[in-house]
Design a protein around this ligand. Structure first.
Ligand code: GLU
Length: 441
């Protein structure tokens, strides 16, 4: 049986955002589901816009989300391979040399648009004689285009269904620019062939690309991988998420305290018509992941949902998943389990564990109504010493009740307010053993 090999191919020219992470997740889950391989491919042939900072950040973000790759490939390290293939294509007449400058091409496009024609490259360079070309080479750097057949390209897309693209309405794609830069169109095809990619899963914005690339695949090896094009996610105003709309970069969401589990749970579930399920371990979604559940129409994404889900994802974390963070903020190992049990349903984000731990260690500015002053003074004088356990709160409040005659809300609320500085918070039975400091009155 053919091995499942999938890839996620970001260009390191910006931070990962929700849109491209969704693509990464789909590819990763399909690889996991079928015991396949998952390659992180860095599409960095554009040396001017790509940089190491973004490569590092992409890797960091993916790992943070639990998307682990089997190996990394980098296009900038494969330029010799692309050159060899390009030369073959030139020799076989599939690729032709062109000489127009960017300005000339722009002008042509504008003219076509003004006269109501589609802005398709007119193949003027194909008409040049060998002598013309020799002369032109002395003046300008040439670039190369792939000669499309102009036929209809069809394929069975694993999400979009039967797709047809007429390649006579598409310009012959540029494969290498005049400055020597290989373009994604050819580099990606060569990589997909060399790495034996079985399935290419990417956004529906790549449909035309796919038709063009299928022609290149067919020319080079006579066959192509399977394709699946998923919908793009849009915000509430219907705009796509993109690198430029930096507001929803993974980096920024992490800095805002959003849980990775909330991000991947929402991205896996969005647009599949099923009930939202929150899991904190990405591979847990692999078994039931099925491209058939998705479609290509824009998928609405609401950031407020993400924050709400983040709270749920956080509360569902097992102690082993949060223990490293608790150690980092100084909560001793032996206290972590009980602390997490007390805190898990009362924090919106991890950083709030820090404030809660501080409250326990250092106490807080008490909240007290003036009419409760005597009551509090008496209650505080009855506070039990440490160590306390989950029974201590009841024992103490029973004693306070007996002494003061207060009960119910009149008894408990002033005590909570005084000890925690707030009217709301964790179950006092669980919190009380951790409260090391209470201000004397
Ligand atoms: N670098 C391309 C992109 O980010 C990859 C597309 C593909 O998956 O082939 O759009």
């Amino acid at each position: 049986m053919k091995k499942n090999i999938l890839r996620f191919a970001p260009s390191p020219t910006g931070y990962l955002h929700l849109g491209n992470v969704r693509t990464a997740i789909f590819n990763f889950l399909l690889a996991k589901k079928n015991n396949g391989e998952f390659i992180l491919r860095l599409d960095d042939t554009d040396q001017e816009r790509s940089n190491q900072h973004y490569i590092d950040q992409i890797k960091y973000d993916l790992e943070w989300l639990g998307i682990c790759w089997d190996r990394v490939e980098q296009q900038s390290k494969r330029l010799d391979r692309y050159k060899d293939i390009l030369n073959c294509l030139i020799k076989n007449g599939n690729v032709y040399e062109c000489f127009e400058t960017t300005i000339e091409l722009d002008l042509k496009r504008k003219k076509q648009l003004n006269s109501g024609q589609p802005p398709i490259y007119d193949r003027q360079s194909l008409k040049l004689s060998d002598r013309d070309k020799t002369e032109l080479r002395k003046k300008v750097s040439s670039y190369f285009r792939f000669h499309l057949s102009g036929n209809k390209v069809t394929w069975k897309d694993k999400i979009a269904g039967d797709v047809e693209v007429q390649t006579n309405v598409v310009s012959d794609p540029i494969l290498i620019k005049a400055n020597g830069q290989f373009l994604y169109t050819i580099a990606s095809v060569i990589d997909d062939i060399d790495f034996k990619i079985s399935e290419v899963v990417r956004g529906v914005d790549h449909l035309t690309n796919t038709a063009v690339q299928i022609e290149i695949f067919k020319t080079l090896v006579g066959s192509n991988p399977e394709f699946a094009h998923h919908s793009l996610i849009v915000n509430s105003s219907g705009e796509n998420f993109s690198k430029r709309a930096n507001s929803l970069s993974i980096k920024e969401l992490r800095e805002k305290g959003v849980e990775p589990g909330a991000i991947f749970s929402i991205l896996v579930n969005l647009g599949n018509g099923k009930r939202m399920e929150i899991k904190n371990d990405l591979p847990d979604f692999a078994k039931d992941f099925d491209l058939k559940a998705f479609n290509t129409s824009p998928t609405k994404f609401n950031t407020d949902d993400l924050y709400a889900l983040s709270r749920v994802a956080l509360s569902k974390l097992d102690i082993v998943d949060i223990s490293a963070f608790m150690s980092e903020i100084g909560i001793p190992g032996e206290k972590q389990e009980n602390f997490w049990d007390m805190a898990r349903d009362n924090v919106q984000k991890r950083s709030e564990l820090n404030s809660l731990w501080n409250l326990c260690q250092k106490g807080t500015t008490p909240l007290m109504l003036s009419e409760d002053k005597d009551f509090i003074r008496l209650a505080i004088s009855l506070l039990p010493e440490h160590p306390r356990d989950e029974k201590s709160w009841k024992l103490w409040t029973d004693k306070v009740k007996e002494t003061t005659g207060r009960s119910g809300k009149d008894l408990y609320m002033p005590l909570r307010m005084y000890l925690t500085g707030s009217k709301k918070g964790p179950d006092m039975h669980k919190l009380f053993p951790f409260l090391e400091k209470a201000k004397k009155l």
